[in-house]
Design a protein around this ligand. Structure first.
Ligand code: FAD
Length: 427
């Protein structure tokens, strides 16, 4: 009989086990991992560099990065947040560095540093790490001689018994099914953190172009006409979602922080729309349509003899300007003096209300997560204990928490793991 069994040898599983073992060295702890390797996602995370956390040390600001879990994680972040993560690794000889956007990585720029740390700690603390141990059945233990009811776990080769059970199984559908069978409600899983597929002349042939923009999401049917003119009726429609930040044009469509944020906050909504919708991009976020139009009229006065294409009129990347000018029906040789009001309106609309049809999504290779998991209402966030099942806890992505990219998803795993460990060691 183990005191604690943790199902899942990922980020949350190891962090939980290490903290329990440090707080209560006498407890017999095992991690059951279905794969032949542990910490698989840590290995590939952050492009192989592992973005362990984010340099956001205020819990109130930190929670704002969680489309699901914002309310629930506020209390736990007061107990354990990014600063504690930094201290945990530093105490183990791993220095972290902060990049300009706040992401934190090991100085080695290698996720193997983090993996080695966890494996060494598990070894030092006597944690049993049982690989090739996919849990296929979970049954309550009815031991008449013992006051504490525990759990019996079945794997392909063995059965194990434990008093306390921790689910750190990430986004594993089979485990969610089992949990449903045991009485938990599971929010259905949909992808979060993805990029938008878009084939459109205005963004074609210019991969790598990145610029700050405002982006709004609309239902397909609400914005169904081709934009050659600014449509007043559309402008008044309220967007379903909006975001701002750098937008990166890729071979397939659009990526960058502003798009990833939409994919996270809109994970369920965009899934419901089968990833077919329209976006409206303001490539000149400091200007409205009217502001951009006045600006273009002024430029026309000042630069009358110059060609539109060659004038660096507004603050958008040159290659994007060329595409937007072409999309407005302006030829290479057209001069500002040739522009009538109607054409200037079309150009102002392309710059500030550029409508693009999104058709599908692509995986964001640096990081992706699943929205969905154990219903947050069924977890006590003081302890991360199940409100439905006795002696059962959750940590990491198994619960319905996920974050935008930047190290926040791991922070959820570290915080959950720490909270579970504290609760178990106090019980
Ligand atoms: C490509 C990629 C890059 C990422 N990069 C980052 C990043 O840089 N920063 C960041 O914050 N987040 C990143 N993430 C997200 C982050 O990896 C996850 O949020 C995090 O790994 C969740 O940890 P976890 O322990 O809850 O789940 P996981 O890491 O998924 O671990 C769950 C473990 O449970 C095991 N398991 C599942 N079912 C069973 C079973 N029945 N029996 C036994 N074992 C089982 C699995 O094999 C797995 O090892 C990335 C994700 C991906 C996919």
């Amino acid at each position: 009989m183990f005191d604690v069994i943790i199902i899942g040898g990922g980020a949350a599983g190891f962090f939980t086990a290490i903290h329990i073992a440090e707080l209560r060295p006498e407890l017999k702890i095992a991690i059951l991992e279905r794969g032949k390797e542990v910490l698989g996602k840590v290995k590939v995370s952050g492009g192989g560099r592992c973005n362990v956390t984010h340099a956001e040390f205020d819990p109130y600001e930190l929670v704002k990065n969680y489309p699901r879990g914002e309310k629930e994680l506020l209390g736990p972040f007061h107990s354990y947040a990014s600063g504690d993560t930094v201290a945990f690794f530093e105490q183990r000889g791993i220095k972290l560095k902060i990049e300009s956007d706040g992401r934190m990585f090991p100085v080695s720029d290698s996720s193997q540093t983090i993996i080695d740390c966890f494996l060494n700690e598990a070894d030092r603390l006597g944690i049993r790490v049982l690989r090739h141990s996919a849990v296929t059945n979970i049954d309550p233990l009815n031991n008449k001689d013992s006051k504490t009811k525990g759990w019996k776990l079945t794997t392909i080769k063995h059965t194990y018994e434990c008093q306390k059970l921790v689910f750190a199984t990430g986004s594993n559908p089979k485990i969610w099914k089992m949990l449903e069978g045991l009485g938990h409600k599971i929010e259905t899983a949909v992808p979060s953190l993805f990029t938008f597929n878009c084939k459109d002349q205005r963004i074609s042939g210019i991969p790598g172009v990145s610029t700050y923009a405002d982006v709004e999401v609309f239902e397909n049917k609400l914005a169904d006409s081709k934009i050659t003119m600014r449509l007043k009726s559309q402008s008044s429609k309220k967007p379903l979602l909006s975001s701002d930040g750098p937008v990166l044009i890729t071979h397939w469509g659009l990526s960058g922080p502003a798009i990833l944020r939409l994919s996270a906050w809109g994970a369920r909504l965009l899934s419901d729309m089968s990833y077919r919708f329209k976006i409206r991009v303001n490539w000149l976020p400091e200007y409205s349509f009217e502001g951009a139009l006045s600006l273009l009229k002024e430029i026309k006065e000042v630069e009358a003899k110059k060609t539109v294409l060659r004038t660096k009129a507004v603050d958008v990347p040159r290659r994007l300007w060329i595409n937007l000018v072409a999309a407005s029906g302006i030829s290479k040789t057209d001069k500002w003096a040739d522009m009538n009001n109607r054409i200037l309106e079309v150009l102002a609309a392309e710059l500030t209300e550029c409508e693009l049809k999104i058709d599908g999504k692509s995986t964001f290779k640096e990081e992706f997560v699943t929205a969905g998991g154990v219903d947050l209402k069924e977890i006590n966030f003081k302890t991360f204990e199940s409100k439905i099942l006795p002696n059962t806890y959750f940590a990491g992505e198994v619960i319905n928490v996920d974050a935008i990219t930047g190290g926040f998803n791991f922070q959820n795993a570290w915080t959950g793991g720490y909270m579970v460990a504290k609760a178990i060691s106090n019980s």
